[in-house]
Each structure stands twice: as structure tokens, then as C-alpha cells.
Design a protein around this ligand. Sequence first.
Ligand code: PLP
Length: 449
Amino acid sequence: NDAMTGAEARVRADDRGHVFHSWSAQGLIDPLPVAGGAGSEFWDYEGNRYLDFGSQLVNLNLGHQHPDLVEAIEKQARSLATIQPSFANDVRGELARRIVDVAGETFSKVFFTNGGADANENAVRMARLVTGKRKVLAMYRSYHGNTTTAISLTGDPRRWPNEPADGSVVHFFGPYLYRSAFHAETESEETRRALEHLEQTIVLEGASTIGAIVIETVVGTNGVLVPPPGYLAGVRELCDRYGIVYIADEVMVGFGRTGEWFAVQGHGVTPDLITFAKGVNSGYVPLGGVVISKEIAAAFDERAFPGGLTYSGHPLACAPGVATFEVFRRDGILERVKDLGERVVRPILEGWVESHPCVGEVRGTGLFWAIELVRDKETREPLVPFNAAGKDAAPMGVFAKACKDSGVWPFVHFNRTHIAPPLVITEDELRRGLKVIDEALSEVDALIA
Ligand code: PLP
């Protein structure tokens, strides 16, 4: 109707006129005006509904407008909307305690930040201060955030325009069997050679110069790369041997994405610092942080930590964080993620490797999967080149459009689509969305036939 169209036109005009968007050439984008959302869906002003298969930016773990989270924010807003970080506050303290409880006995404290980038920024700062060593190792094919240290850690093209980056970061190759940097043919070979490569990097860079290794437990945006068995345990061992702080970036995978509180727990490994954001409160209010081991926390008992933020542990952000813990327990979120991932997603996706010429590999865990699209299964040539944009990226555009036209908002990155829906998605919605993706893949099959 006209009123609806008027509202949409206003939103679009304000956006196009005045909102400067992330990572974009401002004149080449046309952001969809979103009118609302509930659970796993959101909708536009024309009434088109989309199943959110990327959970926004893989942060909307409990879906849109979850009543418990909304209520927690409302209640907190009425009681105390803000209080600066040097005071003790009930929800801030309770959230920190609950996070430490699930992280395990190695940990004692949480430093709250506004998001993931500044969580990594501060984790690296802690590691440098406790070790007295400045260099940091991070992976190619990684994303750690857009502030100076975090973008320097990043091993993808988002770093390039920000260079020269912090020169104290050195990149190495992580395991990625489908496109192995080590010519490996089995998982165990990949694990062993990736660890040898990491150890060589440490030795040649000088263990005495390296304060931290930062690793996304499951590489997120750059491909849902689940580390093969033994890899993270090997990293832990190298960190111990060479006196290096192990920082697990769990910004994307923490809080249930893989069916664990923290994904490292599925690998039987304990890092020294864990960074988180996104899923801690589904992004309803910006929040991130660093979970700190007892040992590192104790290093700042007598000595001041030289870092802080006006909004560290903001009560409006912590209140839905506390509510997140209640919902996870009451609704068995971790169990349902494991169940849906293994019982529903895995068999369907594995079938696509057989049924679709364009599907080179599928991989994942929990409700976190990647489908790698190729031109040729034999050569594994990606459907679109690395870092493709514009015309080069067109085949992925065909895929995305087919999904959207049938009511699924897909997560697309380079030659991959990721399956990362809200953890509260119903089985029916999940199956419906996967059917849409199946059909969209058939359109790509036709393109390369
Ligand atoms: N680390 C990882 C693994 C991420 O996926 C992201 C964001 O996508 C970040 C860090 C940065 O988080 P933020 O955008 O909240 O700064």
C-alpha cells in the first residue's frame, strides 16, 4: 500500500543520502530496507520474507526479537540504563561469572569490550605485556576485526587497503585439506605438516620475539575451516614449548555456533585467552570481551592494565547476555545445534557433493557449514576467483539472487555459501531453506554445464 511504499522510500532515501556503509563503494550499493524481523526471518517493506541463513553477520544466535532478550533489555533500561566501568554492577558481574563458569577452571576473569575487534586488540595487548614480546602470529585466511591490531592480524583482502599494517604481525598457513598448502592428502598429514610449518615459522621468526598466536578456532568468514583432529592440541603444545600466549578468537563461533559454549572445547584444548562478541547476546546491544586465564589475570593484580573503554561491560549489553545463558539452558540450545547439524544438515549437504556438479566440497560442524562452489570438480577451480568483485563475481550473484527470490537470505563469500542460521531455527525452516539452496545450486550447475 501507499503508506508502506512511502515509509520504504523514506528509509531508502535517508540511507542513500546519509549512511556511510562498511566495506563498500558508497555509490555502488543499494541496501535493502528492512521493516522487521522475528525468529529466523526478517522482511522488507513489500512483505517479502527471508529466512536468515547467515544470522545477520553470524551474530544473531537466538534469532530476531527473542522475547527473553528483549525483556532483559527493557528491564535493565528501566532500572539502570548505564553506569561507567569502574563501578561494580550486578548484570556485569553476573555475566562475567557465568562466562568464566562455562569457559572452565583455567579462567577467572572477563574484560568486556564493545565488539570483536577490540576484544582481539586487548587480548594481544595483554599477551604482549605478560610476555614482554611484541610479535604476533596469525593465519592467512582469517578475519579478526577492523581496528589497527585486529586488521593487521587479519589474513584476507580486507587488510590490503589498510597497509602498511602493524609490522609485528606475521602470517602462516593453517590447515585446509581441500586446498592444502602442504600437498597433504589426508587429515593426519595435513595436521602434521601444518604444525611443522607453524613450528618452522616460530623458530625462524624467533620464539624470543613472539608474544602470541591468534587463531579462529573454526575459521569463519574465510571458509568454515574446521581444524583437523590434533591440530589445535599441537598449537597448544607449541605455545607451551616456546612461551607464547594462545589466543582463541571465538568471536564468530563462541556461544553455541558449533554446539559448544566455546568451540575449542570440542577439541579438548584450553587457550590462555578467549575473545568473544556476537553470540554473547546475539548482537542486540554491542558487546565483546576477553576471557582471561587465572595466570594472565594475576599478572595485573599489582600492575595496572593499560586499557579501558567508556562502555566496558555496559549494563544494557550485559543484561541480554545473562538472559542468553538462561535461554541456552532452558531450551537446550547446545544440544539442538549438535542434533540439527548432524541429523539434518550434514546428510543433506553431503548429498549435494554427489548431486551437484558445482559443489566441490561441503564441510562444517554444528550449525556452521560451508559449501564450496567450483567450475570443475577435478581441478577444483573455484566458481569465481579469490577476492572476485563486480563482473567476476557474477556467478555467485546468480546463486544469491535465486536464494533471495525464493525467500532465503544467503551468506556468500568469494566462491562459497555458508549455512549459519539462527540456533533457534525450527527443523521445518531449516529444511525449507536447504531446499531453496539446493534449487539455487541447480542454477549454478546450468551455468557451468
Ligand atoms: N573475529 C572474528 C572471527 C570475526 O568473525 C569478527 C567479525 O566478523 C571479528 C573478529 C570482529 O568483530 P567485530 O566486527 O565485532 O569487531
